[in-house]
Design a protein. Structure first.
Length: 134
């Protein structure tokens, strides 16, 4: 069982946006890649299962799009902005621990075609997200 990291040990990145429900959004060529933050995976502990939506499903900002299950809890995953799912990270079906090991890279969860890319303006910067955690 992994020990929780201190806030100083957690990894946060400048070039992504954070949603207060502990998901992140990264703009790539007008699409938005989404996953959970290092803080969220650390709080969950060892992730054993990730439930993701079907490609083509549409959600609004704040909607639940899936679940992450660890040995100790099940946590809902929330959309940082509204849009249509155009890709899911199928590797997570067999390797859910990628979310623990690499939450911003190999452990990404979905790619969405945003309803309105301006919605990212309402998300948190790295510094504001870290303040939220304190």
């Amino acid at each position: 069982m992994s020990n929780k990291k201190s806030k100083d040990e957690l990894n946060f990145r400048d070039y992504i946006f954070y949603f207060e429900e502990h998901t992140w959004a990264k703009i790539e060529d007008g699409k938005v890649k989404v996953g959970i933050t290092d803080y969220a995976q650390d709080q969950l502990g060892d992730i054993i299962f990730i439930q993701l939506p079907e490609v083509g499903a549409e959600f609004q900002k704040g909607d639940e799009f899936g679940q992450a299950e660890s040995a100790k809890t099940v946590s809902q995953l929330y959309m940082p902005i509204g849009g249509k799912i155009i890709e899911t990270n199928e590797t997570l079906e067999n390797d859910p621990e990628l979310v623990n090991n690499s939450p911003y890279d190999e452990g990404w969860m979905i790619v969405i075609e945003p309803n309105d890319l301006k919605e990212v303006d309402s998300l948190l910067t790295k510094d504001l997200y870290i303040k939220l955690l304190k």
